[in-house]
Ligand binder design. Structure first.
Ligand SMILES: *[C@@H]1O[C@H](CO)[C@@H](O)[C@H](O)[C@H]1NC(C)=O
Ligand SMILES: *[C@@H]1O[C@H](CO)[C@@H](O)[C@H](O)[C@H]1NC(C)=O
Length: 219
């Protein structure tokens, strides 16, 4: 009991802190990080140790293949990337955070992330997605945060979260086109702590709708 209360508190705290950071990050925009000579200096900024790259609104139409292979965080928000193919992400096996929000992703290859086994955060907000890229998620057994808000997802099937089902802590599915709560898929997310499913087309939500997940906060 104490344990789960503590986890809940940590989780809320983390959420608050990370939303603070994203506001700060949003304001700073491309100014985040330093100029990174030798690695897309015109389009990206990076951390001193070259492990984090911020390439927002940089006009990329493909995932750049020119960054250091040991990159840990890659922010490609608001580019013009339409395809993640089988090799796009393979160059970056140590990635823990990948932000592809606000791209028009027409295709995510089922094997897109087969080399990104350490991925913990995957942000796909506002990418025009019509479904959860289930097969691509299959190898992601360490994924804790998945954001697929503000897309066109209509349904979420059982098994939709692939190998990430047991690791996911935080899931955003808000502002999609879901007509019902996807209970079968949710029931597999044993460690989910934060779920945002607001602003969909769901008409009713019973108060005991999420009985099995004692740590869950539904936003
Ligand atoms: C984005 O890419 C599409 C093709 O995929 C192209 O038609 C469009 O002009 C590009 N937009 C910008 C802003 O570069
Ligand atoms: C896959 O995408 C990468 C960039 O992400 C590109 O360099 C490569 O040519 C593409 N491969 C194929 C087969 O289209």
């Amino acid at each position: 009991m104490r344990d789960s209360a503590a986890r809940l508190r940590d989780c809320l705290l983390l959420f608050t802190v990370s939303s603070l950071f994203s506001i700060v990050g949003g304001e700073a925009g491309r100014e985040q990080g330093l100029p990174c000579s030798g690695f897309e200096p015109e389009r990206c900024r990076c951390s001193k140790d070259l492990k984090e790259f911020y390439c927002r609104t940089a006009g990329f139409e493909r995932v750049p293949g020119t960054l250091p292979a040991f990159v840990n965080k890659l922010d490609l928000t608001s580019n013009n990337i339409s395809v993640i193919n089988e090799t796009s992400m393979a160059r970056y096996p140590l990635l823990e955070e990948l932000i592809l929000s606000d791209n028009n992703l027409e295709f995510i290859h089922p094997n897109s992330f087969s080399k990104n086994l350490f991925l913990k955060r995957l942000l796909l907000q506002g990418c025009g997605l019509k479904e959860i890229p289930s097969e691509a998620l299959t190898p992601l057994g360490k994924l804790q945060t998945l954001q697929i808000g503000n897309n066109d997802v209509r349904r979420v099937e059982k098994g939709a979260f692939g190998g990430a089902a047991t690791s996911l802590r935080s899931l955003r599915l808000d502002a999609n086109r879901l007509g019902v709560v996807p209970f079968d898929a949710m029931a597999e997310l044993a460690h989910l702590e934060v779920l945002n499913i607001g602003n969909n087309l769901i008409k009713s939500l019973a108060s005991d709708a999420f009985p099995v997940m004692e740590n869950l906060i539904v936003l």
